[in-house]
Design a protein around this ligand. Structure first.
Ligand SMILES: C[S@@+](CC[C@H](N)C(=O)[O-])C[C@H]1O[C@@H](n2cnc3c(N)ncnc32)[C@H](O)[C@@H]1O
Length: 192
């Protein structure tokens, strides 16, 4: 088996990818991760989806592609410039709510919400307010993170944070998880 993609790329992804390159956004999710996000999204029909950290909407486009018509996705980011690219190409999808918000504000204002699928791709829900975001998972809900292998843009001291984050996830009795040494390093956890 080869690692090549061999699957349909969402047409919006190609447009967003072009706009992303022109915008100077450097934190984009890689395409292998995006394809996994799509596959896992298909496992949650009529699901409630949450993405923390929209960026320009690259991963959002793939998650939407995997979701069925009865599912909904909330995705937030604090950067208006990058979020506007997602809005331009994905904003017409009625299943999607794009929110301009700081992560801390969004999480603290939405503690009562429950989700079947969470892609945590910013500080909040990963290195900050982790317990609060894990509490938002329904039983059987998926929690997904990428960038768990050392990345060239990691600031000094980040590797230790990543190691502690993994240890903490492993210590949680309410999560069943798999760590994948693949793409940028993926963890998939399922809430008991
Ligand atoms: C890794 S990128 C997201 C990449 C995106 N999921 C993709 O597929 O390309 C992390 C995002 O978190 C956002 N971010 C950073 N700090 C934030 C904060 N305090 N509140 C909300 N968003 C934040 C950044 O603007 C950036 O778009």
């Amino acid at each position: 088996m080869l690692n090549n993609l061999n699957q349909k790329i969402p047409p919006t992804y190609l447009k967003i990818d072009q706009a992303t390159k022109e915008s100077g956004f450097t934190m984009a999710s890689d395409i292998l991760t995006c394809s996994l996000l799509k596959t896992l999204a298909a496992a949650k029909p009529a699901g409630k989806f949450l993405e923390l950290g929209t960026g320009t909407g690259l991963s959002t486009a793939w998650i939407l592609e995997g979701m069925d018509k009865n599912s909904t996705l909330i995705s937030f980011d604090h950067d208006e410039k990058f979020l506007s690219i997602a809005q331009q190409y994905l904003g017409q999808d009625e299943r999607l709510a794009l929110v301009l918000s700081d992560g801390e504000d969004w999480v603290k204002n939405n503690l009562g919400q429950k989700f079947d699928y969470i892609f945590a791709d910013t500080w909040h829900g990963k290195y900050l307010l982790l317990d609060e975001v894990l509490e938002m998972l329904n039983p059987g809900g998926l929690y997904i993170v990428d960038d768990m292998l050392p990345q060239s843009n990691w600031p000094e001291g980040h590797e230790e944070k990543a190691i502690n984050f993994v240890k903490y996830l492993e210590s949680r009795r309410d999560l069943t998880l798999t760590k994948q040494n693949w793409a940028t390093g993926i963890i998939i956890a399922v809430k008991k």
